[in-house]
Write a protein that binds this ligand. Structure first.
Ligand code: PGA
Length: 254
């Protein structure tokens, strides 16, 4: 059975004190009120990973992830953070290829494939992002583009490796805009992604891979989005910065 996952992408927000307050509020609420089968993940800025892990404590049901990592293992890459470093401090997940990384940092194809490899080698779970900009959807090219993105980033992997990947479909026009994809648009694209996985790896493998939806998920629309057969949870930006909203979204995935 594939997992339900709700991952919060904090992006470049919060001071340390604010970040710790947010993490401890979420941990408290999650302890008391969440009866969810969903895995909850907090993808924090790099400097907050260790302090947030401390606040959550050993044995927490909430995992921690990074928002990026280097495509290199170790060495003279000033300013970079490696997947092995993240694994050594007990992060479990890494977002790879978020549309903001693609757009502002020119990340694409072979670089993202290398980051996926290095993340898996370090024993971490990549949350591989794909999604089309508005002009591509308006021209009807969204499936072709997303098909190309997942083929370029993931289809060099073998069967055992692809099963360890989480995919996040995030239409760029829905990120931070308040314009969510309709549940039908999300389901259609998720089913398409799963069909591409099935073509490449077979039905049994495709049915094991969690595909998250991202783009203006909030406490009011999460349940409807997550009720679609191929939507296995969400990658949540803005609403993950508010403890109450994020906990409601975790519950909605349950
Ligand atoms: P949003 O961001 O929920 O604020 O739209 C989602 C994301 O960028 O992962």
């Amino acid at each position: 059975m594939r997992k339900k996952i709700v991952a919060g992408n904090w992006k470049m927000n919060k001071t340390l004190d604010e970040a710790l307050a947010l993490a401890s509020e979420i941990a408290e609420m999650a302890k008391d009120e969440v009866r969810s089968n969903a895995t909850a993940v907090l993808c924090t800025p790099f400097p907050y990973l260790v302090p947030v892990l401390r606040v959550l404590g050993d044995g927490s049901s909430i995992s921690v992830g990074a928002q990026n990592c280097s495509a290199h293992e170790w060495g003279a890459y000033t300013g970079e953070t490696s997947a092995l470093m993240l694994a050594s401090l007990k992060a479990r997940y890494v977002i790879i290829g978020h549309s903001e990384r693609r757009q502002y940092f020119g990340e694409d194809g072979p670089l993202l494939a290398a980051k996926v490899d290095i993340t898996l080698r370090a024993g971490l779970t990549p949350i591989f992002c794909c999604g089309e900009p508005l002009e591509v959807r308006e021209k009807g090219g969204h499936q072709d583009l997303v098909g190309e993105q997942i083929a370029a980033g993931l289809f060099h992997l073998g069967d055992a490796q692809i099963r360890k990947v989480v995919i996040a479909y995030e239409p760029v026009w829905a990120i931070g805009t308040g314009k969510t994809a309709t549940p039908d648009q999300a389901q259609e694209m998720h089913a398409f992604i799963r069909s591409q996985l099935a073509k490449k790896y077979g039905d049994a493998t495709a049915s094991e891979i969690s595909i998250l939806y991202g783009g203006s998920v909030n406490a009011s629309n999460a349940r409807e989005l997550f009720s679609n057969a191929d939507v296995d949870g969400g990658l949540v930006g803005g609403a993950s910065l508010k403890s109450r909203d994020f906990v409601e979204i975790i519950k909605a995935a349950g």
